[in-house]
Design a protein around this ligand. Structure first.
Ligand SMILES: Nc1ncnc2c1ncn2[C@@H]1O[C@H](COP(=O)(O)OP(=O)(O)OP(=O)(O)O)[C@@H](O)[C@H]1O
Length: 237
C-alpha cells in the first residue's frame, strides 16, 4: 500500500500532558481506515495532526508523499480547504444557513460562485435521502438528517481525504449505521480516503483496516481484505 496520508513517529504534548508518544499510521488512496482506542488515548489528536490542524512536536506528517507538518499555517489551511473534508460528532452546521447553503459552504469558501456551488450541492440531497430538506435550517433537521448534511458538506469538494471524528457518536445505532453506509459508499464512489475515529466496533466494521491507539501510540490491524471488499475477521499484522 502506498500511503496517501501518513504520520511517522509523531509526538505531541499539551503542556505537561503527552497526547502522542511516537504514533505512526498510514492510509492508502481510497482506503477506509478506522482509528479506535480508549478515551484519552490520543485518537483525535492524531487525526488533527494528520489533517494539518495541529503540528506535532516531533515526527513527520506526509500527504501524497510530501511533508505537511513543515508548511506554514496559510498553506496548511489551503490544504485543508482544497484537499481534505471533515465530519465531526456534532455536525456543526452553520445554524443561520439552509441545508443546501451548508453543503455548498466549502465551495463558496474556495471562491466558487454561489449558483455553481448550490448546483453542486443539489445532487447530494437525492444521494443521501434528503430530498425536500434543501431549505431547512439545522434546527429544523433531525440528528441523522443534520449529520447527513454534514457528510455532504465534507465530501462536496471531492476531497482526497475525509477526516471523520466520531461521526456517529451522537446518533442512535440504526441512524449511525445509515450514516456510515452512506459515508463509505459516497467516499468509495469518488475515491476519497477516509480516516475515521470511533470507539464503536460496529462503526469500525465498515472500514478496510483498523488501527488502535493506546497511550499515544498506534498499532494497525488488518482485515486481510483489499479496499472495497466486505468486512471480515481481523488479524493483527
Ligand atoms: N486542547 C487540549 N489541551 C490539553 N490537553 C488536551 C487537549 N486535547 C487533548 N488533550 C489531552 O490529550 C490526551 C489525548 O486526547 P484525545 O482527545 O486525542 O484523546 P481521544 O482518544 O480522542 O479521546 P476520546 O475518545 O475521549 O475523544 C488526553 O489526555 C487529553 O486530556
Amino acid at each position: 500500500m502506498t500511503p496517501l496520508i501518513e504520520a511517522r513517529d509523531v509526538e505531541l504534548a499539551f503542556g505537561e500532558t503527552p497526547a502522542l508518544r511516537g504514533a505512526s499510521l498510514a492510509a492508502g488512496a481510497g482506503e477506509v481506515l478506522a482509528v479506535m482506542g480508549p478515551s484519552g488515548s490520543g485518537k483525535s489528536t492524531l487525526l488533527h495532526c494528520l489533517a494539518g490542524i495541529l503540528v506535532p512536536d516531533r515526527g513527520e506528517v506526509l500527504f501524497d508523499g510530501k511533508r505537511i507538518d513543515t508548511l506554514d499555517e496559510n498553506r496548511r489551511s489551503a490544504l485543508r480547504r482544497d484537499r481534505f473534508g471533515f465530519v465531526f460528532q456534532f455536525g456543526q452546521l452553520v445554524p443561520e444557513l439552509t441545508a443546501e447553503e451548508n453543503i455548498a459552504l466549502p465551495l463558496l469558501l474556495s471562491g466558487v460562485r454561489r449558483a455553481a456551488a448550490l448546483a453542486d450541492a443539489r445532487p447530494w440531497f437525492a444521494r443521501l435521502g434528503l430530498d425536500g430538506l434543501e431549505r431547512r435550517r439545522s434546527g429544523e433537521l433531525s440528528g441523522g438528517q443534520a449529520q447527513r448534511v454534514a457528510l455532504a458538506r465534507g465530501l462536496v469538494t471531492r476531497p482526497r481525504v475525509l477526516f471523520a471524528d466520531e461521526p456517529t457518536g451522537a446518533l442512535d445505532s440504526l441512524t449511525g449505521e445509515q450514516v456510515m453506509e452512506l459515508m463509505v459508499a459516497a467516499a468509495r464512489d469518488q475515491g476519497t480516503t477516509v480516516v475515521l475515529v470511533t470507539h464503536e466496533p460496529r462503526v469500525a466494521a465498515y472500514a478496510d483496516r483498523e488501527a488502535v491507539v493506546r497511550d499515544g501510540r498506534a498499532r494497525t490491524l488488518s482485515t486481510g481484505h483489499p479496499a472495497g471488499s466486505a468486512p471480515a475477521g481481523r488479524v493483527a499484522s
